[in-house]
Design a protein around this ligand. Sequence first.
Ligand code: SF4
Length: 182
Amino acid sequence: MRYHNITKDDMLNGDGLRVVLWVAGCSHCCKGCQNPVTWDPNGGILFDDAAKNEIFEQLDQSYISGITFSGGDPLHHANHFDVMHLMSEIKEKYPEKTIWLYTGDSWEEIRLDPIIKYIDVLVDGEFKIEERDVTLCWKGSRNQRVIDVKRTLEQEESEIPIIYCEDYKIEGAHHAANCAVS
Ligand code: SF4
């Protein structure tokens, strides 16, 4: 797996302060994508032990709520295996930290994927510029969904995802971090 960046104390890609891994590789080619530089799976730099330790050093901090996988698409075939392996390690080492993942795939396409069991919150679907809205919570276009994976999997049938939070932040709130959790 290759990646472009590891951002720290990030408040824009999930609840609380998070460490975010921006992987390389995406085949969705959404019109208006903000990160087309991340589409090439051969771009960026190799994800090595030093990068992993950088993430773990962040997760060691009590004020860090968890990790978000973004990109690029963490579920691109160039990333899927390594992302799942890393998630498994994180869940074992940091069971109290949450894992968020952004993908261009839809819940319906990936709900039976073995990687799903490691994810707490999934933001799914391609970015659609016609449905773009910068005031949405945790997502860029209205068609995308912020899915509570754990609650969804607790249901008898997991076809219908349970939405994690409202689409819009609370009136007058400064930041998406104030999104109302349903
Ligand atoms: S899925 Fe995300 S990274 Fe990939 S093209 Fe769409 S917006 Fe860009």
